[in-house]
Write a protein of this length. Structure first.
Length: 129
């Protein structure tokens, strides 16, 4: 089972510029993630983010990485890197091709309980599909 949760990228991590924008919303997000993990017995956390995005945003660790380590839950980044986007001809607004990559990265989770966090605009695309 895969659960999708929409999120603003700025609450996913502690990038220096994000704190002034999101304020206390990150604490609310963390509380919600913890509730979801416990209530749904989540065994994998996936997120629309990448190691490359972490470096670009100067993020040391995302909130979901932190929960993964603390709770012993597998964590995966699902967003393609810039090299993968170039190789597959994915332009920024092309969510269909990005969605294929996201799904391929959690395809082996069909018998597990996965919680995938995507940006709110992306979530609306999944809902329409």
């Amino acid at each position: 089972m895969v659960y999708l949760i929409g999120v603003n990228h700025l609450v996913q991590h502690d990038a220096p510029r994000s704190e002034e924008i999101v304020g206390g919303k990150r604490a609310t997000f963390k509380a919600h993630v913890l509730e979801v993990i416990e209530k749904l017995d989540i065994s994998i956390l996936a997120e629309e983010f990448s190691e490359e995005a972490k470096k670009k945003c100067r993020v040391s660790e995302t909130t979901l990485e932190q929960f993964g380590k603390a709770k012993g839950i597998e964590h995966r980044f699902c967003d393609p890197t810039s090299i993968e986007r170039e190789e597959k001809g994915i332009e920024k607004p092309d969510c269909d091709k990005r969605e294929e990559i996201w799904l391929s990265r959690i395809n082996d989770c069909k018998k597990r309980t996965c919680c995938s966090f995507v940006v709110m605009t992306t979530l609306s695309l999944f809902v329409r599909s």
